[in-house]
Design a protein around this ligand. Sequence first.
Ligand code: SAM
Length: 250
Amino acid sequence: MTIKYQKVGDILLVKKDLTGDEINYLINKTKCKTILKYNYINGDMRKPKVKLLYGTETETIHKEHGCLFKIDVSKVMWSMGNIEERKRMAYISNSDETVVDMFAGIGYFTIPMAKYSKPKKIYAIEINPDSYHYMVENIKLNKLTNVVPILSDNRDVALKNIADRVIMGYVLKTRFFLDKAFEFLKEGKICTIHYHDTLAEKIMNTEPINEIKKYAEKYEYNILSHEIHKVKKYAPGVWHIVVDAELIKY
Ligand code: SAM
């Protein structure tokens, strides 16, 4: 029997309804406590739409790259496709930096970065109270002391001129948050923005960096360098990418 599934902690996520035989097969194979049909991720807060196929518990602890992520998969999203990016973010900062994670979720990037790069401080901002609740749990679970969780719309956070690095882990509307990202950046130092977006292959190498350039000019920054990384395939011919842009104010 071949049934596609993703395993988050001891919960399985599947894309279609299953027969009783298929459910029994998966229980025996994976020893899971719950099976959920995962339909889609909805709205700005990325809330999943799910249907219980087996079991009742939707909260679990997922272990990835030595980090623990407590999550209720019926309330907040988990993207298996972003696994390599979470690992990349783990080692990209250092102990001299202050970081702002503008779309922190349950700590997808914040937790591995805080644990392995050990920046001085990560301000981890999240608007969805369910995600924020799990981020706070995950900071405790991973015994981190360098994360400041903030429950807010990032545009309402009154921090300025503080960040060596800004993570913009959000897609589709990312450009509308660039004003705020530049406000967070530290003046007089080389800073980095990690700008995520989903784009058609033929414009993914030009469109996002042109967008960042517009704001760099507006806020009087030079772009010193930029790299574009593929995170995952998003749809046919469309990629989730991240631009790492190094900037300095002139
Ligand atoms: N960075 C994660 C990853 O790649 O796995 C994905 C995070 S998820 C796509 C985006 C998160 O941003 C959601 O948890 C959502 O609630 C949060 N969010 C959306 N708009 C926001 C805002 N204006 N301020 C703060 N958080 C916001």
